[in-house]
Design a protein around this ligand. Sequence first.
Ligand code: SF4
Length: 196
Amino acid sequence: MELPDYLPLSYLNQLLYCERRFWYMYVVGELAVNAALLEGTLRHQRADRPGEERIEEGRVVRRLAVYSDRLRLNGFCDLVEEAGGVLRPVEYKRGRQGRWDNDQVQLCAQALCLEEQTGRPVPAGEIFYYRSRHRVAVPFTPELRVQTERAVARAFDLLTAGVMPPHTTQQARCRECSLEPLCLPKETQWLMADGG
Ligand code: SF4
């Protein structure tokens, strides 16, 4: 498989959720659009309108393209707020805050790109969850930064290996995964138990 020069950072979210899901969505290019996903896409559109506006405390830039040559990452920030000279990326998500940290890693990847591009520290960001209608502050701790860089390295390792990862062993993730009808984790498990 030919490795990409840059990995779109939104796929880190998939990778952290399930490596097989990352493979389906990035390599196979399959996207099972369910109602929730469609709703999220539509809600996302407002945040995705590019542009810049000034606010009392500073400015807000929508749909900002970002990249990191060091990490070989690129992508977009839904929103970047600047107040008092401090940059803060904001990511919009459908639904509520999940039980896993994939959203935080995606946001941290945006921060790492912003830091490389601007040479300024980006200490924290926020995630806005539409369903619960609240913002969650995400400090970019040293641990989260390491986790994010490891996820990038893992993505390139998987692409280099060129083999679809196995199903996740965490079945709760499968129950909330839009690719479940395509991936068939339970059916595969039954077949394997039968020695099939
Ligand atoms: S159904 Fe389960 S194993 Fe398959 S991609 Fe989704 S989370 Fe991963």
